[in-house]
Write a protein that binds this ligand. Structure first.
Ligand code: SF4
Length: 234
């Protein structure tokens, strides 16, 4: 979303499925195809056999929740930093509730949190579970995850220099190395390991190396290889 490029969809893993990220995407008009981090938390709550927040029904007319025991949870406190409101039933009701052991371990009773922008958050979370989103997430796992993991060997996760144009060079180099590796892998397949193809590939690599080095040498960076399967940073 920087410079002249405008993304209309962000695809990422669940680590990025946070409230802040969903709302930032909402404000930018960008689709967030990201698994929801909160769902993982909900699963953890389920494993402790405690009622999850989705068992509490919100009523926008009265701005209250109704719990599984049918009791009303009203606003209790506002957390400005967290941008959320806590809802709860009176302590004596929770203490006397026969569902209490399934609902809370808190002596003061059960609390449910609601974000100040909960409706927008719900919309973004619902969209993140759409068929289109699931498809993007799946494609990303197979296409990008392995590539990202491999690219960290070449410092993809670390900026060597300051400035976007320098970073662009670094990233293009890393992408080039990965593409060369893909070429090598294809040439290495048994049915394609004929000497002529290997020689042609070696020649192609040698041809690539020179312009790449011309680009990066002013920055004190140089690539070399001793044999065609051993591509290294000098
Ligand atoms: S413990 Fe409180 S919030 Fe939970 S079900 Fe009982 S009355 Fe409702």
């Amino acid at each position: 979303m920087t410079g002249h490029l405008k993304a209309d969809t962000v695809v990422a893993d669940s680590k990025y499925g946070t409230i802040d990220n969903f709302l930032a995407c909402h404000d930018e008009g960008v689709k967030a195809h990201i698994p929801d981090l909160k769902r993982a938390a909900l699963k953890r709550t389920k494993s402790r056999t405690i009622f999850t927040d989705d068992r509490f029904e919100y009523d926008p007319q009265t701005d209250t929740y109704r719990c599984p025991a049918g009791k009303v949870l009203k606003r209790k406190s506002l957390h400005t930093e967290r941008e959320s409101i806590d809802y709860g039933a009176p302590k004596k009701i929770c203490v006397a509730c026969e569902l209490r052991s399934q609902c809370t371990r808190n002596k003061s009773g059960r609390t449910v949190k609601r974000h100040l922008r909960q409706d927008e958050l719900n919309t973004m979370r619902e969209l993140s579970r759409s068929a289109e989103s699931k498809k993007d997430i799946k494609i990303r796992q197979s296409l990008m995850e392995r590539s990202f993991a491999r690219s960290t060997r070449y410092d993809f996760d670390r900026a060597r220099w300051r400035g976007l144009w320098r970073m662009r060079i670094q990233e293009l180099l890393i992408c080039s190395i990965q593409n060369i590796q893909v070429l090598i892998k294809h040439a290495n397949k048994p049915k394609k390991t004929v000497a002529a193809k290997v020689n042609a590939l070696e020649a192609a690599l040698a041809g690539l190396l020179s312009p790449l080095n011309a680009l990066i040498q002013p920055l004190g960076f140089e690539l070399s290889y001793n044999k065609w399967t051993d591509f290294q940073r000098a």
